[in-house]
Design a protein. Structure first.
Length: 115
């Protein structure tokens, strides 16, 4: 059975994205998506992200709870971080609040932090 419980709410405070040591975004308008069985994910408005660091890729995925995601790579001085960013441009009903927002895979080269 597929979980269908999603909640989308304003993320409290200021959030920052760091990629390969550089700040590529900062927002007080980020959203927090909580989904049963998963860690919360912070979604950033595109206007608050330095889009010059992002390059669209042909990678896509499908989530039965959110719809089809498109991906971006982060182009940093130290190299390209492939498919590190995703977006639901036309999410399905129940997830429309994140339409066009960006989320980031975190790890060694990418961090999403609350200030």
């Amino acid at each position: 059975m597929i979980s269908t419980v999603l909640s989308i709410a304003p993320a409290q405070g200021t959030w920052v994205i760091r990629a390969a040591g550089a700040v590529i975004g900062e927002s007080k308008r980020a959203l927090e998506l909580q989904e049963d069985g998963h860690s919360p994910v912070i979604y950033f408005p595109r206007e608050d992200v330095e889009m010059a660091f992002l390059e669209a890729t042909d990678h896509t995925t499908h989530c039965p709870r959110k719809g089809d995601a498109s991906y971006f790579s982060i182009v940093a001085k130290s190299g390209v971080i492939r498919n590190a960013v995703w977006s639901y441009d036309t999410p399905i009903e129940g997830a429309t609040g994140i339409a066009g927002y960006l989320a980031f895979y975190t790890g060694d080269k990418v961090a999403v932090e609350q200030l």
